[in-house]
Design a protein around this ligand. Structure first.
Ligand SMILES: *Cc1c(COP(=O)(O)O)cnc(C)c1O
Length: 236
């Protein structure tokens, strides 16, 4: 692992932590209530190892195949944040501690079944932590559950003892002002939490909009570019 890359990542991490701290101060929030999730998609496991060495505990990936290879190389909590086909459920539950991109009851059922099988096979003991991915603008092309269907999805998740409902995740839609998007999301998250007390997590905010997200109550910012650099074109 190159000393140059390590120095670059350390400087980026210090920047991101300072931004989170400043945003927490500005909105009167406790820094301990905002987790940093390092999004390592397209970057090598060695970069994740550098971040882990600097104290980062949570990592996220958006593709099963890439993550299945990377996650076992770095001792950390691994999160799935990308669109997930039901036929990948069995593979995802082998490496993921949490899936943040659950957007349908069918996917929740497939994950529950996969966790059950993994438990029966002795591959894991704990239920899978789950966040519901909300679609703030309701555009089905970009994944996520429409806001008016979230409560039904939450019931679907809580039916299973193999899944633990922990909250909600979203990406600010393109072309919508992030503050406006997170305002809507925060209100939906509040309603959900009132009905499902374990749904405390609000995962929103990325490299470009983490300040707005923290202002609207984010408990988990997902940061890739600001930590590791730009990913190039084909990566999503
Ligand atoms: C890639 C990705 C991120 C990180 O985005 P950056 O702009 O690179 O910080 C966050 N959330 C999800 C769901 C992603 O796919």
């Amino acid at each position: 692992m190159s000393a140059e890359r390590e120095a670059e990542i350390a400087a980026n991490l210090a920047d991101v932590r300072a931004r989170i701290a400043a945003a927490c101060r500005a909105s009167g929030r406790d820094e301990a209530d905002v987790r940093l999730l390092a999004v390592t998609k397209t970057f090598p496991a060695s970069d994740a190892a550098i971040l882990a060495g600097l104290g980062v505990r949570d990592f996220a990936e958006n593709r099963d195949q890439e993550a299945a290879e990377k996650a076992p190389q770095v001792e950390a909590r691994w999160h799935m944040v990308g669109r997930l086909q039901r036929n990948k459920a069995r593979s995802v539950v082998r490496w993921a501690d949490e899936v943040q991109s659950v957007d349908s009851v069918r996917l929740a059922d497939a994950l529950a079944k996969a966790v059950r099988a993994a438990r029966d096979a002795g591959e894991r003991t704990e239920p899978l932590d789950v966040l519901l991915q909300a679609s703030i603008d309701g555009d089905p092309a970009r994944g996520g559950c429409p806001l008016d269907a979230l409560a039904d999805l939450a019931y679907g998740v809580t039916r299973s003892s193999d899944l633990q409902l922990c909250g909600i995740m979203a990406v600010a839609p393109l072309g919508m002002e992030p503050g406006h998007a997170f305002d809507r999301l925060a209100s939906v998250a509040g309603d959900l939490r009132a009905e499902f007390p374990t749904a405390r997590e609000l995962s929103c905010g990325m490299s470009n909009d983490l300040e707005e997200a923290i202002d609207y109550g984010s408990t988990c910012v997902r940061v890739g570019t600001a930590l590791l650099g730009s990913r190039g074109l084909a990566s999503g």
